[in-house]
Design a protein around this ligand. Structure first.
Ligand SMILES: Nc1nc2c(ncn2[C@@H]2O[C@H](COP(=O)(O)OP(=O)(O)OP(=O)(O)O)[C@@H](O)[C@H]2O)c(=O)[nH]1
Ligand SMILES: [Mg+2]
Length: 365
């Protein structure tokens, strides 16, 4: 029996990690492979976990901290998935996390090398953020300590994945690949569309081959990293919604996102990623905004007009936690109007704590 392949997919908030996990799992399942997925966040009530489960995947969750600070929980999640004898496990770290080569890939190789074959570390990048990071035609909406994290993520990658290629012309793909090559010479860069699946087979081939994984350890200043992460307000909330006689839930989701985008713009805040999952009857809607000025994206549908719905909201915004909470609750109530009663469940809002990795390897093993 060969050990399962363990594939880590990093990249900044909203880069498309969960979309890639879902697409890759579906494609591998069609090819007769068993796949396990792992999601990760600072807190519970994750849109990503619920979304992947709804798509039929076998999912384990590491919550309460990133993989590096919860390394033993990552191992427990891996062991849990091992009972399904997977051919591959694909794991998504928190999008504000970096230094994963030193704190996750090296310890996995050194301490658990007999359990898994660790694949080259892929880091996804959103074309808009790439341009912002180097001031190419886009004004950067995050302070430099946040963009420090974005740049370090790319620096430690074995494989940089230029995602959302469906939004780019071939000339733009070429331009962005050159931009990446200029800053990270010699690194493998692959353009793909996680959403459409273009380039997915090529990516699956690259992560299935026995190539060196975690070859690069970046030198990370934890003060800058911690400050950058703490700039981002985090909110995970659940709510029960009730509309006498039913409601147009899709319109509600769109209205809520539009309000949150307008409110964050008005406060000169910036959305890194705002995502929600609304389930009603047998259906569900997933809606995302990966910026305060980026058109929102809505998928899924709800049949008929059910009276009750369950909502999960995960927001990562450059805004202090208390203000983020007030903003999100205000937008929820405004979108609900008089027709929809909102009963909030657990609402957690905080700024991520300074990362304290369980392990850190100074050099690649
Ligand atoms: N056009 C386009 N949109 C994409 C693609 N991949 C992901 N997206 C969209 O980008 C948004 C964020 O995608 P996710 O997969 O949730 O991103 P993520 O990296 O998992 O985000 P976090 O978990 O918050 O860090 C969603 O609206 C996706 O539909 C792509 O290839 N093309
Ligand atoms: Mg995700």
């Amino acid at each position: 029996v060969t050990q399962p392949r363990l594939v880590l997919v990093g990249g900044f908030l909203g880069a498309g990690k969960t979309t890639l996990l879902a697409k890759a799992a579906e494609r591998l399942a069609r090819a007769g492979k068993r796949v396990g997925l792992i999601t990760n966040d600072q807190a519970t009530s994750l849109v990503d976990t619920a979304l992947l489960e709804r798509r039929g995947a076998s999912v384990a969750e590491v919550s309460g901290g990133c993989f590096c600070c919860r390394f033993d929980d990552l191992i427990s999640a891996l062991r849990l998935l091992m009972s399904g004898q997977p051919d591959a496990v694909i794991a998504e770290p928190v999008g504000s996390c970096t230094d994963l080569s030193a704190t996750v890939l090296q310890p996995l190789k050194a301490l658990y090398g007999e359990l898994f074959r660790v694949a080259p570390f892929s880091v996804l990048a959103d074309p808009i953020r790439l341009r912002e990071a180097w001031g190419r035609g886009a004004e950067c909406r995050f302070p430099d300590n946040v963009m420090y994290i974005f740049r370090k993520q790319l620096e430690e990658a074995d494989l940089i994945v230029l995602n959302k290629a469906d939004t780019l012309s071939p000339a733009e793909v070429g331009e962005l690949k050159r931009l990446v090559a200029e800053h990270y010479p010699g690194k493998v860069v692959l353009a793909l569309s996680a959403l459409r699946g273009d380039g997915l087979d090529e990516w699956l081939r690259l992560v299935s081959e026995d190539r060196p994984a975690g070859q690069r350890i970046a030198s990370v200043d934890y003060d800058v990293y911690a400050e950058g992460e703490a700039m981002l307000g985090w909110l995970n909330a659940s709510a029960h919604l009730h509309a006498e006689g039913g409601a147009d839930w899709r319109a509600f989701c769109l209205d809520f996102l539009a309000r949150a985008q307008a409110e964050t713009r008005a406060r000169s805040a910036e959305i890194a990623h705002l995502k929600l999952l609304l389930s009603a009857g047998e259906g569900s809607i997933v809606a995302n905004a990966t910026g305060s000025g980026v058109p929102p994206f809505v998928q899924g549908a709800i049949a008929g007009s059910p009276e009750d719905a369950e909502l999960l909201v995960n927001a990562r915004v450059r805004l202090a936690p208390q203000e983020l909470r007030e903003t999100i609750e205000g937008c929820l109530r405004a979108a609900a109007g008089r027709g929809i009663a909102v009963s909030l469940g657990e609402v957690r809002s905080f700024a991520p704590a300074r990362p304290r990795p369980t392990h850190r390897f100074a050099s690649a093993v």
